[in-house]
Design a protein around this ligand. Structure first.
Ligand code: PLP
Length: 399
C-alpha cells in the first residue's frame, strides 16, 4: 500500500487553531471581558421562513408512501430546483439552461471535486490571498500551483499576466477574504486570457447575492465568451443561511469543450456528469425543496432582509475605517472587509493588539497567503449591537 504522498505537501492549516488558542488564553486571563467575534465566516441569522415551511412540507411527504422519495434518478438535482436556478440566472442577465446546472451539497465540495476531471499535469493559477480550498485540493492531486498577486496596487483584484501560462484558473468574486469584486471589464480580461490559453476558469460566486453595484456582474456568464471557458460554482450558504443545510449548484456549460490528446473534442459537462454519477448520490429532497423556496418571490424578499442586515453591518465597519483613514477593500458588495493593519503592524501583531486592548477577534490576513501579511479581515456576520460596539473599540485602538 502506498499513500497519496501529495498529502504530505499540504501545509498544516493552523490559522483557526492558533486563533482559538489565543482567544482561549485571553478569556482565561480576562473572564469578565465581553469578547466580540468579528472573524466568523458563518452566518448568524436563521434560514428564511419560506424555506423552513417548504422543508417541513417535504419532510411530511417523505413520511407518506405515495409521496415518499428515495434516490433521485441522476443525482443532478430535481428539475423543480434546476429550473428555479436557471430562472434566477436569467434575472442576473445570464443565460444558463437547467440541464447545465447540477445541485450539490455546497460549493466547497465541488471546488475540490472538480479537480477529478482534469489531468495532474495542469498548472493551476490562484489569486493570493486565497480561499484555501482551491490550493489544498490541487496540492492533493499533485498539481503545480502559481499565484497572481492581489495587493494594494490592484485593489486586491489580481489580473492576468499574459506572459504566464495557466491551464486552470480559480477566481472568486466577491472575494473571500478580500471583499473585492471584479468589474465586467476585468472579468472580460480574464475570459479572454482563459480562451487564449485554452484554460478553464473555476469561478466561485458564493457571495454574488451581496453585490448591489450594477457594474459588477453576479455571474461570470454575464460576460461574452465565458460559457466557452468557465465553470461557475455557487452556494446558498451565505445567500440564504444554508451553511447548516448544505445546498449549492455548479454550472458546466454545453459550450465548454476541450481537446483530448488524441485530438478528439471532449465535452467537459459529459466528464463532470460521469464523475458525479459515479461518486455523488444527490442532495436530500427536503433540502432541495427548501432551496426551491429561496428562489420564490417570497423567499427572495426574506433572504434580502438578512443580506441587507449584514450589508448594513459591513457599511458600519467600512465607515469606521474611512473615518480612521485606514485603506481597505470590500464592505460594499461583500460581507468581508479587508484592511491594512495600522502603523505598519504585521497581521498577527495587530490581531494580538485588537484582542488584548479591545476584546475583538478578527482574522489575520497572513493566514490567506503571502499578500495577506500586514492585512486583516473582519466579517459582517455578527449582530448589529456587537458590530457597533466592536467598531467603537476598533476606532479607539486605531487612534
Ligand atoms: N467558496 C467560498 C469563497 C467560501 O468562502 C465558502 C465558505 O466560506 C465556500 C465556497 C463554501 O461554501 P459552502 O458552504 O457552500 O460549501
Amino acid at each position: 500500500m502506498k499513500i497519496n504522498e501529495n498529502f504530505l505537501q499540504l501545509k498544516e492549516n493552523y490559522l483557526f487553531i492558533d486563533i482559538a488558542k489565543k482567544v482561549n488564553a485571553f478569556i482565561k486571563a480576562n473572564p469578565d471581558a465581553k469578547l466580540i467575534r468579528m472573524g466568523i465566516g458563518d452566518v448568524t441569522l436563521p434560514i428564511a421562513p419560506a424555506a423552513v415551511e417548504a422543508m417541513k412540507k417535504a419532510a411530511d411527504e417523505m413520511g407518506v408512501k405515495e409521496t415518499f422519495r428515495g434516490y433521485e434518478d441522476s443525482g443532478a438535482g430535481y428539475d423543480f430546483l434546476r429550473e428555479a436556478v436557471s430562472a434566477y440566472y436569467r434575472k442576473l442577465g445570464a443565460d444558463v439552461s437547467a440541464h447545465e446546472i447540477r445541485i450539490n451539497d455546497g460549493a466547497k465540495s465541488d471546488c475540490g471535486n472538480i479537480t477529478d476531471i482534469f489531468s495532474s499535469d495542469n498548472t493551476v493559477l490562484v489569486t493570493d490571498p486565497v480561499y484555501p480550498v482551491y490550493v489544498d485540493s490541487n496540492i492533493m492531486s499533485g498539481r503545480k500551483i502559481i499565484c497572481a498577486d492581489s495587493d494594494e496596487s490592484n485593489g486586491f483584484a489580481a489580473m492576468p499576466d499574459k506572459s504566464i501560462h495557466a491551464d486552470i484558473i480559480y477566481l472568486c468574486s466577491p472575494n473571500n477574504p478580500t471583499g473585492s469584486a471584479y468589474t465586467k471589464a476585468q472579468l472580460e480580461e480574464w475570459v479572454s486570457y482563459a480562451i487564449e490559453n485554452n484554460a478553464v476558469i473555476i469561478y466561485d460566486s458564493a457571495y454574488e447575492a451581496f453585490i448591489s453595484d450594477p457594474e459588477i456582474p453576479r455571474s461570470i456568464y454575464c460576460v461574452d465568451g465565458a460559457k466557452k471557458c468557465a465553470i461557475e460554482m455557487c452556494s446558498l450558504s451565505k445567500t440564504a443561511g444554508f451553511t447548516g443545510m448544505r445546498c449549492g449548484y455548479t454550472v458546466v456549460p454545453d459550450e465548454l469543450v476541450m481537446t483530448a490528446s488524441d485530438g478528439s473534442e471532449v465535452s467537459i459537462s459529459k466528464l463532470w456528469n460521469r464523475r458525479q454519477g459515479s461518486k455523488f448520490n444527490g442532495v436530500s429532497y427536503p433540502v432541495q425543496r427548501a432551496a426551491e423556496a429561496v428562489f420564490t418571490d417570497e423567499g427572495q424578499r426574506q433572504i434580502q432582509e438578512s443580506i441587507s442586515y449584514y450589508k448594513e453591518n459591513a457599511k458600519l465597519i467600512a465607515e469606521t475605517l474611512e473615518r480612521c483613514n485606514v485603506p481597505f477593500t470590500g464592505g460594499k458588495n461583500s460581507p468581508y472587509i479587508w484592511f491594512k493593519c495600522p502603523g505598519g503592524m504585521g497581521s498577527w501583531e495587530f490581531f494580538d493588539k485588537l484582542l488584548n486592548e479591545a476584546a475583538v477577534v478578527g482574522t489575520p490576513g497572513a493566514g490567506f497567503g503571502k499578500n495577506g501579511e500586514g492585512w486583516f479581515r473582519l466579517t459582517a456576520f455578527n449582530d448589529r449591537e456587537n458590530t457597533i460596539e466592536a467598531m467603537k473599540r476598533l476606532e479607539k485602538v486605531i487612534k
